[in-house]
Unconditional design. Structure first.
Length: 237
């Protein structure tokens, strides 16, 4: 694969990571994916991510040729040391004083560290992830300055120049839906709508017009609102 452009996508199986996977496949010659099992409450996303990969491979033959190995890393220790509503059966609370209790301290920083370590072994030095400031949920590890500092430390610590693409950083959720349509048409939008998973509670029982979910957790509310604005065509890109 000498001379090929390569990227490693942090792929959870959610709307954002599915969209950035398509973005990477549209731009890079070769793409691998990485997911993390951290004993998350919404563990169903681990199966959903496989479903999304399967559907994208089937629907987009050109992308399928570029899509390489999928990696799943066991980071269960993160779940064990995290006392949050994403890793414990406790109510989701947003009290306005600091990050919400869905915040898993260190999660994105840890994810990037392990992704870079894997990328180093596979000679892949571009990471792609779905962090977003526009729909910022109070997570300090989604901020661009946090991510820039993390990537600088990784590059220094491995003596290798790593970079991070975050194509959704300044897009709204409606803008993310629009980007998916631009990349893969209605086929990709339908795949993301039906097979990706966003709900913090792991609810897959009822399908809404925006996809599956409880419809009340912060992730579902953001996704549903974004879908409504996207369908109306009146979104801020």
């Amino acid at each position: 694969m000498k001379g090929q452009t390569k990227a490693l996508v942090l792929f959870s199986g959610g709307q954002d990571s599915a969209t950035v996977l398509a973005w990477a496949l549209d731009r890079y010659d070769y793409v691998e994916t990485i997911g993390f099992d951290y004993e998350q409450r919404h563990m169903v996303e681990m199966q959903c991510r496989q479903n999304v990969l399967e559907k994208i491979r089937a629907a987009f033959p050109d992308w399928s040729k570029r899509l390489g190995q999928d990696h799943v890393l066991d980071l269960s220790v993160l779940g064990k040391i995290s006392n949050t509503s994403l890793t414990r059966d406790i109510d989701i609370v947003e009290d306005g004083d600091g990050p919400p209790n869905t915040f898993v301290p260190g999660r994105n920083i840890i994810f990037l560290n392990f992704a870079a370590a894997l990328g180093y072994r596979h000679s892949i030095h571009v990471l792609v992830a779905g962090m977003c400031e526009a729909d910022f949920s109070g997570y300090p590890d989604c901020r661009k300055e946090t991510l820039d500092a993390t990537m600088q430390a990784l590059s220094l610590g491995m003596d290798t120049e790593f970079s991070l693409d975050t194509p959704l950083m300044f897009l709204s959720k409606a803008g993310a839906w629009h980007l998916a349509e631009k990349l893969g048409g209605r086929i990709l939008v339908d795949i993301i709508n039906q097979y990706s998973h966003t709900c913090y509670l792991g609810e897959r029982g009822e399908r809404h017009d925006w996809g599956y979910g409880c419809s009340t957790c912060p992730a579902c509310v953001l996704r549903a609102k974004g879908w409504q604005v996207y369908k109306s065509g009146a979104f801020n890109r």
